[in-house]
Design a protein around this ligand. Structure first.
Ligand SMILES: Cc1ncc(COP(=O)(O)O)c(C=O)c1O
Length: 383
């Protein structure tokens, strides 16, 4: 039985969202000059515009793409895109976790799209991406946070496509390379890879996506909070930071703080390197630990942000699924009590196991410190 480790992670927060704030974050570092003012006044507007400019720079967004800030985090961003832009042509939905399933459910039950093809895979597997039809719109998640599986690349997306690609990139943007030429509508929130406050999302629009917004109106009613049509205008004030409704200026200040940190870390390549170094620590631990395995057996599709783990079947053959869930509960309760790890339970609808955030705001040393605690908690919970 391993001894209780003596070194704890300096920060035990390993949640997949909201995620840990950047190293060194302090509330007192946030600017407050925009608070209590109209978001249409020049200073607050300039801050919102700065958030767009800085995000575009870090994400290396092409010059002819545009970014807008929308309400309701990534869900608001993705649903606004679906409600405002779908319906012109057939739609292919690829889903392999709870979030992809959410977009699928909307397409089926709410928008009731008449020409819908569904490509679904159970947790731990990817659907057949090669089935995507370039004549149709394609909906998919770059990194399925609940499953811990990402798309390995975008070669399956045609350069000559007529449809648009809609990509939920919330746990990928700022931690993975995004091939923008393959992505027409990309969404993410402020609360994932950069550890910002929730409530706002961003939508990145290709020129063809903006053309859809200017030329096409869906048959269904679109509530104003989901209406992106203003972004169909090439001169839209949304690209400068005007928002559909009143934004949180405190969340904006916090996101600016995260973006400044990201720039100091070396921009996108620095953020990706931090995330991969984190995954490498867990990989070394999994390789030397007989009781644990990655859910994503294939390295190319293994997430480097939302890392999902399952118990080796050979080590837990005495337990049914409920038994494994109880084991996870005992382990995570012990780890929380000891201040070693918070929020490493899997997504509620996912199979039992552990889920550990390895995004850029996590310090590699903290993951290294966490591994012996996992060994200890497993042994104690089994003992
Ligand atoms: C892939 C994915 N899509 C959508 C969401 C929903 O994001 P939000 O709660 O920021 O709207 C999440 C949240 O974890 C997610 O991981």
């Amino acid at each position: 039985m391993p001894n209780q480790p003596s070194i704890r992670p300096s920060d035990p927060r390993f949640s997949c969202g909201p995620t840990r704030k950047r190293p060194g974050w302090e509330a007192s570092a946030l600017g407050t000059s925009s608070l209590g003012r109209s978001h249409r006044a020049s200073l607050p507007k300039q801050k919102l515009g700065e958030a767009i400019e800085r995000a575009a720079a870090i994400l290396e967004i092409p010059a002819d793409y545009r970014i807008i800030i929308v309400p309701a985090s990534d869900t608001g961003a993705f649903e606004a895109a679906m409600w405002s832009m779908l319906g012109q042509r057939g739609v292919d939905v690829f889903s392999w976790d709870a979030f992809g399933d959410r977009w699928l459910k909307d397409a089926q039950n709410e928008l009731k799209l008449p020409d819908l093809r569904v490509f679904h895979a159970p947790y731990g597997e990817l659907p057949d991406l090669s089935a995507a039809d370039p004549a149709r719109d394609t909906l998919f998640t770059w990194n399925a946070t609940a499953a811990g599986l990402k798309v390995p690349h975008a070669d399956w997306i045609s350069d000559a496509r007529e449809g648009l690609t809609f990509c939920d990139a919330t746990s990928a943007a700022f931690a993975m390379e995004m091939p923008w030429d393959k992505l027409d509508v990309t969404t993410f929130s402020w609360q994932k890879c950069l550890g910002g406050e929730a409530q706002h999302g961003m939508v990145v629009l290709s020129p063809r996506a903006r053309k859809r917004l200017s030329d096409w109106r869906p048959a269904w009613p679109v509530p104003s909070v989901l209406a992106l049509f203003g972004a169909g205008d090439e001169q839209s004030v949304m690209f400068e930071g005007s928002t559909i409704n009143t934004p949180s200026l405190l969340a904006t200040e916090d996101f600016l703080d995260a973006l400044r940190w990201a720039a100091k870390e070396g921009g996108l390549s620095g953020l990706i390197a931090r995330s991969h170094a984190n995954l490498a620590v867990l990989t070394q631990w999994v390789e030397r630990t007989p009781w644990i395995e990655f859910v994503a057996g294939d390295e190319a599709s293994r997430s480097n942000t939302s890392v999902t783990l399952k118990f080796a079947a050979s080590q837990t053959s005495d337990l049914d699924e409920e038994g494994v869930r109880a084991l996870v509960k005992r382990m995570t309760q012990m780890l929380e009590r000891e201040g070693a790890a918070l929020d490493i339970l899997p997504y509620p609808k996912a199979p039992p196991g552990l889920r550990i955030w390895c995004g850029p705001t996590i310090d590699t040393d903290d993951l290294a410190a966490l591994c012996p605690w996992l060994d200890w908690a497993y042994a104690e919970a089994r003992g």
